[in-house]
Structure formats: C-alpha cells, structure tokens
Design a protein around this ligand. Structure first.
Ligand code: TRP
Length: 468
C-alpha cells in the first residue's frame, strides 16, 4: 500500500482534499502577500511579474511535481525519501544530501519567516485596539492622517524588544501546531480557514479596484519592458517562484510523504501552483492600487503590504473590523506555511534521532529562536551588521535580508537543479512514471522540462544573476 515496501506506518492526511488544502496552505502564505509585492516593487514591476509567471509554469510546476513525487514514493522525511528513491533505482544514496540541504534551508527560512509572522500579530493587535476605540462606525484609524498609519511599521521596527517578543510569539504558535502532529494540528486550519481567506481577500481586492489607482497598478504589474529583465531581476523572480511554491528546500517533499497512493500528483501540483499564483497576483492587485493612490514608493522594501493595506482599511466602511479580519486571515495563511517549514526539519529529527515529536519540535524551535532574534534585531539594534558583506550581491544585506537572499537565491535554485537531475536522469524512469499521475504528451513535456529545460535555464539564471 505505502510507496515503498516496509516503510513504517505513517500518519497520513485524512482525505485527498485535505492533502491538497494543506499543500495549498503551505504554498500560500507571507510569500504571496508580503514577499511577492515587495519583490515586484524592488525589481521594477512588469518584467519581474511576467517572468515570475513564466518561472511558475516552466520551472516551478515541473519541480513541484518532482518533489511531491519523491516524497510520496519515499514516505519519509525529505533526505530519507530521496535515499529511498535512489535505492529503488540502484543509484547512490549520497543523493540524500539533496534532502539534507533542503531541511537545513527550511530551518533557516523558518527563523526569519516567524519575524514577519510577528508583524502580522502586531497588526492584529493594532486593529483590535482600534476596534475598541472607534467601534464599528466608519473606517479604521479615525482622525489619524495617512502619515501616522504609514509610521506604524517603522515604529514597530524601532522597538527591538517588541520585535523579538512578537517573533517568539509567532514561533511558539507554530511549535504548538507541529507538536500536535499532522492531522490534528495542521489540517483544520487548512480545511476551514484557507477557503474563507480566499473569499475575504477577493472582496478586498475588488473594493480596492474601485477606490484605488487600479489602472496604474495593472500597467505597473503587467507591462513587459525587456530592458528591465536583468540577471538580478530573473534570479529574484525564480527565487520568488520557489519561495512561494515552497520548493527547492524540502518543503513539498516532506508534504508529499503524507499523500496517499490514490492522489493524482500531476493534477494536485497544477491545483497548488494555480491557487498560489492566483493569490500572489491578487495580492499585487490589492496592494499596488493603494501604493500609487497614497503616494507610497513601490520599492519601499519589506513593509509594502503592511504600510499600504491599513490605508485602504481607513477608507472602508467598518474598516477596523475588516482590517482585523484580514490580518487574522493572513495570520492563518502564514501559520499553515510556517508549520510546513517547521515540519521539514522536525520530521527529519524524529527519524534520525528517534525523538518524540514534541521533543524534536522544541529542539528545532530553540535553534530557530536564536536565529530569529538576530533577524528581528536587524531592523534596529543590528541594523548596521552586514554578515555577508564580502559577497557582492549580498553586500548591503543585514542579517534578515541575508538569510532571505541566500535561501531564495542560492539554496532554492541549487536544490531545484539537483532535484531535476535526480528525477530526470538518476531515478528509475518506471518508478517515476508510476508516481507522477500524468501520461501522453503532458508526460513527455514534463520529462523534457525536468531533464533539459529546468536544469539549463536555472543554471544560466543562477550564474547570470550572481555574476552578471
Ligand atoms: N510558500 C510559503 C509562502 O509563500 C513559504 C514556505 C512554506 C516555504 N514552506 C516552505 C518556502 C518550504 C520554502 C520551502 O509563504
């Protein structure tokens, strides 16, 4: 029944739909709402966005299928799943390094992801207190001008103690859910809250389309200017595609292991990529009209979402309540992602050191707390610290930016290249055929993408992005 004979019984998802929702839950998170708009703004808009969509279709989707396929066949943590596929293909188990690198990178991402999760907690607090002050009449932040709303995030950044506290708070919530285990902890959030989130987000976007500078946003996001497509922009777009789809660093391998034999992985991958990209574009269309209407700078950095949307909530009827609902949903979207980031190293620790789940969770959590504190302090106390000052593309990066940059621009593309080589050239083709759930022309195309197109295109972008 299980992918590999003799694998120990694993907890699975309670149904096929629950697996899809959980994988969508992993993909849809701060990457879509916080990172996508910020990266699009930092990289000039249209060229980045269109190249991003190209990357999702031509690279992200084939790699996504490759990862869940390895996971389902291996039925284990990412490194062990890779080893099992290797063993069943008579190849070297040294390929397990692909999974180990990913697990390590997922741990690094978890540490700074929880810092941004802390900002979400902060805004929930802001809207709760606003709701108490102004009640349900009118918009949010009554009597405050736009500059005061814009200043909320910089004010938070300046408060090192609060930043650390919120970061640890978000991490603790993530630990709680992962410690409880896959089906009881993670599933209900994915099953009940993700669909609700879609609806609310769509409503906010439509509202924004009528009140903000929608046409400027559309032309900013979708006008292709080839001269803007530099190596740096391409690498940023690939990195964002991987980050958003939870790829290249063991995330989807880990989740694939919880999918049942009945799940069609080809179709599921399409659903995951489609939903994820839809939310990212929705976020762009919700945020940029406000950015332009309120005269914010599109390249103002990681705060774009947090600075722009509250301005819209001020103008909306029952704005405090909508703001509160929105950030609560963002919180749950972020949680279903941080949970998957923590699950990758946790599953590995459980298997490797034979630990009980709660013990493994807390061990990983302590490590993430240490790195997280350094990230939280990069916005204040440690603002001048440049850990990778010796590497030109990371010369300006503080600790937070360095972790974000190294994982998205090095670990993920390299992990994806190795995954493609492994699935396309090393693993037994019959084993792969048996798992992937696609056939005919689609199968041929996927195979060609994984074997030739993805590794080549990724290598070129990686080199060009770093040295070009
Ligand atoms: N994809 C998530 C987001 O967009 C982040 C994430 C969750 C992730 N799990 C991952 C990124 C694993 C890389 C690897 O917010």
């Amino acid at each position: 029944m299980a992918g590999a004979a003799g694998s120990k019984a694993r907890e699975g998802w309670s149904s096929r739909t629950a697996f899809i929702l959980a994988a969508v839950g992993s993909a849809v998170g701060l990457g879509n709402m916080w990172r996508f708009p910020a990266e699009a703004g930092a990289n000039g808009g249209g060229a980045f966005v269109l190249f991003y969509i190209f990357c999702v279709l031509l690279i992200g989707l084939p790699v996504l299928l490759s990862e869940v396929l390895i996971g389902r066949h291996g039925q284990s943590s990412a490194p062990e799943s890779v080893r099992r596929v290797a063993r069943d293909s008579n190849a070297s188990t040294g390929w397990g390094i692909l999974g180990s690198l990913g697990v390590f990178a997922a741990f690094l991402i978890l540490s700074f992801y929880c810092v941004v999760g802390g900002w979400v907690l902060y805004y929930i607090g802001v809207f709760v207190s606003d709701l108490f002050q102004t009640g349900l009449s009118g918009g949010a932040f009554e009597g405050r001008d736009v500059d005061e709303i814009k200043a909320l995030l910089p004010d938070l950044f300046g408060n090192g103690g609060l930043m650390v506290g919120l970061n640890l708070g978000f991490l603790a919530l993530t630990l709680f859910f992962v410690a409880r285990g896959i089906s009881s902890g993670i599933e209900w959030v994915a099953v009940y809250l993700m669909p609700l989130f879609f609806v609310l987000f769509l409503a906010i976007t439509i509202y924004g389309a009528f009140t903000g500078d929608f046409s400027q946003a559309v032309s900013y996001l979708f006008t292709f200017d080839a001269s803007k497509l530099t190596g740096k922009v391409m690498l940023a777009a690939v990195g964002q595609a991987f980050f958003s789809l939870s790829l290249g660093v063991a995330g989807m391998m880990t989740y694939g292991a919880y999918a049942s034999r009945e799940t069609n992985l080809g179709k599921t991958s399409g659903i995951i990529a489609g939903a994820d990209t839809a939310v990212a574009l929705l976020a762009g269309l919700a945020i940029f009209p406000i950015v332009f209407a309120a005269g914010l700078a599109a390249n103002s950095g990681p705060g774009l979402m947090f600075e722009s949307l509250p301005i819209a909530f001020q103008a909306m009827p029952v704005g405090s309540l909508i703001g509160l609902l929105f950030f609560t949903m963002v919180f749950f979207a972020a949680l279903t992602s941080s949970v998957s980031l923590l699950e990758a190293p946790t599953a590995y620790m459980i298997e490797k050191f034979n630990l009980a789940r709660p013990v493994a969770t807390i061990t990983v959590g302590l490590g993430a707390a240490v790195l997280g504190v350094l990230s939280a302090l990069s916005f204040n106390e440690l603002a001048e610290f440049r850990p990778l000052g010796f590497i030109p593309i990371f010369a300006e990066a503080n600790f937070f930016d360095a972790l974000d940059g190294v994982t998205a621009k090095l670990f993920m593309p390299i992990g994806a290249i190795l995954t493609c080589i492994f699935v396309g050239w090393i693993a037994d083709a019959r084993l792969i055929d048996d798992e992937n759930g696609i056939d005919g022309l689609l199968h041929q195309i996927w195979r060609a993408l994984v074997r030739f197109v993805c590794p080549l295109v990724l290598s070129v972008i990686l080199i060009y992005g770093i040295f070009g």
